[in-house]
Design a protein around this ligand. Structure first.
Ligand code: DMJ
Length: 463
């Protein structure tokens, strides 16, 4: 293994930060939760000043960018932030966001969006804000948006096309992937339950089954598939980008909707992944990318998005394996401070030096902590938060990083919408023990939207 001087430096800096932290048992967790809440309030106020109602803030230049529709803002960050503000008791800010949605948000726009990204972020964000407040307008907006996404599912296989025009219903791009095919059931099942209209649930579920039925003889899925023909377009099986949420939502359909058949599909897929994709190297456990028909390893590169997977494994009952996978990613956090987007476990080097302000390791730590309350998961979440505050904070908000190996880490100029919905919420829930959240019975989507577990009757601080 070769280790460059640069990565050694980054490693020693991150290790320095870790060494200065008190043991988990001596950490004042409520105080740390207060620090997370203060950062959320500060970032929201910056967004309000410089980007109100826009999709994403660029926190160095105080400019904005659009996503998921090119050239037209749909209030992405505002919607993604709503239930995080609510669970933190930032009630005045939450209400200001809800008021904006009710007065301004309009999906009747002649423009194209990614069906998957729009669903997990905007449909999910509106549903979780509805769960927090009970406001029927938020549910109506979620339903209106899902109605505009539904034409994408009218394919011969039931797998959705990737893009749809919100006004005309015109669809485009059949070359899709398991995550973008099977990433709807929790949100759309909730929509069906709340509206009494089964179309959302049924379309989402048909798509999930369509992918599963095309699994290989060794029960693995590849990463690209044609929504019209149902043919695979690739051979690589991964738990990272383009596949991650598929596995997550098989389990989640059981957890949220009681769907036993989805659990059966989860068990079959997971058994195959554990049989063919586990690789142990230098005492670490990785889930490698393999050929979906032979199980042969095709790459030693790991995608940061795969860092969520240990939490899912543990939720599904493979606790020790899930813990080992999460510990593996935590060692990279110890080394780099902030995870690189790509890492090669064979060379021990990053393959992509940036970090898109990612939440996956905090997500896994939170899910593991919900299961066993082991303080080591809180400590991983604490390391994630403190490194983020140190390296990703900019003048007008939190930004992604162009290089996690440089000293100081080089900032880019973009805050993705999921930052508002995911890690800030995971940190807060992990540290706060807030009475607004039911820690025993809850459900968070792949985007961190809470669809079950808010306690509306319990008061909180307004700010
Ligand atoms: C989020 O949009 C969701 O977690 C999605 O499932 C994949 N990852 C991004 C954040 O990295």
């Amino acid at each position: 293994m070769t280790t460059s001087r640069r990565s050694l430096l980054a490693g020693s800096l991150a290790a320095g930060l870790a060494r200065r932290l008190p043991a988990a048992s001596r950490t004042d967790w409520p105080a740390l939760a207060g620090e997370v809440r203060a950062e959320m309030a500060w970032a929201w106020d910056q967004y309000r000043l410089h980007a109100w109602g826009k999709d994403e803030i660029r926190p160095i230049s105080a400019t904005v960018s659009t996503f998921p529709m090119k050239g037209h803002h749909l209030g992405l960050s505002l919607i993604e932030a709503l239930d995080t503000l609510w669970v933190m008791g930032l009630d005045n800010r939450f209400q200001a966001g809800v008021d904006w949605v009710k007065a301004t948000l309009d999906f009747d726009v002649d423009g194209e969006v990614s069906v998957f990204e729009t669903s997990i972020r905007l449909v999910g964000g509106l549903l979780s804000a509805h769960h927090a407040s009970g406001d029927p307008v938020l549910l109506a907006k979620a339903r209106d948006l899902a109605d505009r996404l539904l034409p994408a599912f009218a394919t011969p296989t039931g797998m959705p096309m990737r893009f749809v025009n919100l006004k005309t219903g015109a669809v485009r791009d059949a070359a899709t992937n398991p995550a973008e095919v099977g990433g709807y059931l929790p949100e759309w099942g909730t929509l069906s339950r709340l509206t009494g209209d089964p179309r959302y649930h049924d379309a989402a579920r048909r798509a999930v089954v369509a992918v599963f039925e095309r699994r290989s003889k060794i029960d693995l899925l590849a990463v690209r598939i044609d929504a019209v023909t149902g043919r695979w377009l690739d051979r690589r099986a991964t738990v990272g980008s383009y596949a991650d949420s598929y596995y997550e939502y098989l389990w989640d359909a059981l957890q949220l909707l009681g769907d036993a058949e989805c659990r059966r599909m989860y068990d079959i897929c997971t058994a195959a992944i554990l049989a063919h994709q586990q690789v142990r190297r230098d005492g670490r456990l990785w889930i490698a990318d393999v050929d979906f028909e032979t199980g042969a390893v095709v790459s030693t590169e790991q995608d940061e998005l795969a860092a969520f997977y240990g939490g899912l494994l543990a939720q599904g009952g493979a606790g020790a394996t899930g813990a080992a996978v999460t510990q593996t990613w935590a060692t990279l956090q110890d080394r780099f401070g902030v995870l690189p987007e790509g890492f090669d476990y064979a060379t021990g080097q990053p393959t992509q030096r940036g970090n898109a302000l990612r939440p996956e390791l905090a997500d896994a730590a939170f899910n593991l902590w919900l299961l066993d309350r082991n303080p080591r998961w809180r400590a991983i979440g604490r390391g994630h938060f403190l490194a983020m505050r140190r390296w990703n904070k900019a003048a007008y908000g939190y930004t992604d990083l162009a290089d996690v190996t440089s000293d100081p880490k080089r900032q880019a100029d973009h805050c993705p919408g999921y930052w508002w919905s995911e890690q800030m919420k995971y940190y807060y829930l992990l540290f706060s023990d807030t009475p607004r959240f039911d820690y025993a019975r809850n459900y968070l989507t792949t985007e961190g939207n809470v669809l079950l577990g808010f306690r509306r009757s319990v008061g909180g601080r307004a700010a």
